[in-house]
Design a protein around this ligand. Structure first.
Ligand SMILES: CC(=O)SCCNC(=O)CCNC(=O)[C@H](O)C(C)(C)COP(=O)(O)OP(=O)(O)OC[C@H]1O[C@@H](n2cnc3c(N)ncnc32)[C@H](O)[C@@H]1OP(=O)(O)O
Ligand SMILES: Nc1ncnc2c1ncn2[C@@H]1O[C@H](COP(=O)(O)OP(=O)(O)OP(=O)(O)O)[C@@H](O)[C@H]1O
Length: 626
């Protein structure tokens, strides 16, 4: 018998166990209850297996100091501040459910486990698993439609336990014969064990790093549990092979999670790869009638994300604040919000339902189909309150990194804007609009509603902010709303494959000062950063205008009284504001200078030779526009 016991030692590594199979899964809620962990690991249990969730007694659970709060709540909230609405809902739903699951008081559980072990031992170890006597109809259909062809990327996407890995093994038998240089990879070797077993020697496991560093180009590469790989690594692997067949879970929240589904297609299209999607609907690890999968999805509020869009002709209401106390008693309304987030936002996971209900700082607003609780647009915010003096000092010196407060800490630590730590900042954690309702001004009106709502509040915030993975639509949206791009991370993120961007918008005078300080810091950083891609994305900031003294400084530069290094950040900002006026070669020259380009290359752009001549040319070009 194979058993998996999930307590605090294993909880953070739960993704490592996906793709494996167990007879018994024991999840201890005493070490913190995470919907993500239960959702993912419940699917590793074979039909006929047993899942045990150990919890405090219902009455104690609501007041139990759940270790999960340390991860869930931003500073300074503690378990005592949490309304525990999600737990209240979850306990109610567990208690009310009939059939699966069964509830046991402590003591009785031992008898139940003994009874289960007796059953398992009486049967053969694999009694619950169907013997493989050939591909299922669905697997056979993919086998028939997938052929060896250079440039092709085939994606087998299905829920857990549908036979994806086994299908990779079958495909290895049919395709690898045509393409001898083939291998299979995954984050961990054991995630390929099912495929390797089925391939019976026609495939070898190769670690992702080994493939990427080898310099060889596999003709055919299989990738299992693809969503568990960080998206940039997955894309690099796809780039380095002629043909790729990958299997991934359509409902995975691990690794790149929803980012895999929502963003991979765009990345592959941009690469010009020929992409084929294949779906497997029928469960094989358990019976199609097995109630556990449906029960877990229902109770964790993430079932059925397909075909949920109401037709666009439906009338919609106005933006409104969503009262979490009402949501706590209306699981159907919460499930509808989760469906929308899951379908449209790459960062969504099963944990979000708990974050929404149990984090005191999180606020929601939305737009609904008129007279219904069907959301078409959702905005989720978190308020980053100022830190007290001692903690501010510790953060500034890099000794503390309190949970949450992302904007304040990025502004202070990455951009040197210390005042952010004593300012109130409202961060937009998520904004999502149902695809059928996009480009109709819904997200804009939710932001306008948020600002108007805050205007009426006594203490408003200095800034509004959002942090997200670089993608052209999101960036275009935030810039259209008057937000300023102040930071572009250097590394690509695991979940979306783009660099992290931070945009901010001042709400009052102190926010304007923070914005300009952040912008100047960004300009300075650009002057020393290595060359960026040719994109002008860092120049899409529309504000703030330069101060008179800064314009004076630029004037002094034009007169030859200041070196280029003293004014480069200001010129970059000025160029962004008046790019139409600065002559094209000088715009490129400025960008190259900001990216650390060498003088010879800039000379070729401008037709001048040597730093002295180029700076003199720049002084004249800038003088013409100020
Ligand atoms: C913190 C975060 O959550 S960042 C992630 C943002 N959310 C997502 O990526 C989820 C998936 N995407 C969506 O839900 C939507 O596309 C959103 C939220 C980005 C935009 O919602 P919408 O309601 O369509 O935006 P809205 O109609 O208010 O657009 C305002 C402006 O943004 C810009 N914009 C919006 N979408 C696009 C687009 N696809 N391409 C170019 N510009 C766009 C335009 O300037 C638009 O004004 P216009 O239509 O007059 O030209
Ligand atoms: N054609 C088949 N006949 C009988 N059993 C099968 C068949 N295909 C798969 N199985 C069995 O079903 C179980 C799940 O298969 P597999 O691991 O391939 O699914 P998966 O979709 O990759 O699962 P996961 O998403 O959890 O990785 C395994 O025990 C496997 O042996």
């Amino acid at each position: 018998m194979r058993a998996l016991i999930v307590d605090d030692r294993f909880k953070r590594r739960y993704q490592d166990y996906l793709g494996q199979e167990y007879d018994l899964l024991l999840v201890s809620a005493w070490s913190g209850f995470s919907p993500n962990v239960l959702a993912a690991l419940s699917a590793t249990v074979r039909g006929g297996g047993l899942i045990i969730l150990l919890t405090p007694a219902p009455a104690q659970w609501l007041t139990y100091d759940d270790p999960e709060y340390a991860r869930l709540l931003a500073h300074p909230w503690t378990a005592l501040d949490s309304p525990a609405y999600f737990l209240r809902y979850f306990i109610g739903a567990l208690t009310a459910s009939t059939g699966a699951p069964r509830r046991f008081e402590s003591g009785a559980i031992e008898d139940m486990v003994d009874e289960f072990l007796g059953c398992i031992q009486a049967d053969s170890p694999s009694a619950a698993t169907t013997a493989i006597s050939g591909p299922t109809d669905e697997q056979a259909s993919v086998l028939a439609n997938l052929e060896a062809a250079s440039g092709r990327v085939d994606i087998i996407s299905a829920e857990r336990g549908r036979g994806k890995s086994t299908l990779l093994g079958y495909l290895a038998g049919s395709l690898a014969a045509a393409e001898p240089i083939s291998g299979i990879t995954a984050l961990h070797p054991w995630q390929c064990s099912v495929a390797l077993r089925q391939a019976a020697g026609s495939l070898n496991f190769r670690a992702p790093d080994e493939i990427l560093q080898s310099g060889q180009r596999p003709a055919l590469l299989f990738i299992d549990e693809a969503a568990a790989l960080p998206l940039p690594m997955l894309l690099a692997l796809i780039d380095c092979a002629d043909q790729v067949v990958l299997a991934s879970t359509s409902h995975g929240y691990e690794g790149s999670g929803q980012g895999f589904r929502l963003r991979l297609a765009g990345h592959l299209q941009a690469r010009g790869r020929e992409v084929h999607w294949h779906a497997l609907e029928q469960p094989v690890r358990w019976d199609a009638q097995d109630p556990v999968e449906a029960f877990v999805a229902r109770i964790l509020l993430f079932q059925n994300t397909s075909g949920i869009q109401p037709p666009p002709s439906k009338a919609i209401g106005s933006p409104e604040v969503i009262d979490k106390t009402i949501l706590a008693d209306d699981p159907a309304a919460l499930a509808a919000i989760m469906r929308l987030l899951m379908e449209s936002h790459y960062q969504t996971s099963a944990d979000d339902a708990r974050v929404i209900l149990d984090s005191p700082g999180i606020q929601l607003s939305g737009i609904f189909v008129a007279d219904s609780s069907e959301p078409v647009a959702i905005l989720m915010t978190d308020t980053e309150e100022p830190f007290e003096d001692a903690l501010r000092e510790a953060i500034w010196q890099g000794r503390r990194r309190p949970r949450g407060h992302l904007t304040q800490q990025v502004l202070a630590q990455q951009l040197g804007v210390e005042a952010a730590l004593e300012s109130t900042i409202v961060r937009i954690v998520r904004v999502a609009v149902a695809s059928a309702y996009r480009r109709q001004g819904l997200a804009s009106s939710l932001l306008a509603h948020l600002e108007a709502f805050e205007d009426k509040a006594e203490a408003g915030s200095a800034l509004h902010a959002a942090s997200f993975g670089n993608d052209p639509v999101s960036l275009a949206f935030w810039l259209s709303q008057g937000y300023t791009l102040v930071r572009q991370g250097q590394r690509q993120s695991g979940s979306h494959g783009g660099e992290a961007l931070l945009v901010i918008k001042p709400m009052e005078e102190s926010g304007e000062q923070l914005t300009r300080d952040a912008l100047l810091a960004r300009g300075r950083a650009l002057a020393t950063e290595p060359a960026e891609p040719a994109s002008d994305s860092h120049c899409l900031w529309p504000q703030p205008a330069l101060e008179p003294w800064e314009r004076e400084l630029i004037g002094l530069f034009c007169d030859g009284a200041r070196p280029i290094e003293a004014v480069l950040p200001l010129l970059l900002i000025d160029r962004c504001q008046s790019s139409a006026e600065l002559e094209a070669p000088w715009q490129s020259a400025l960008r190259d200078l900001a990216g650390g380009g060498d003088w010879a290359a800039i000379g070729r752009l401008t037709g001048l030779s040597g730093k002295k001549a180029i700076v003199a040319g720049l002084r004249l070009a800038v003088a013409r526009i100020i």
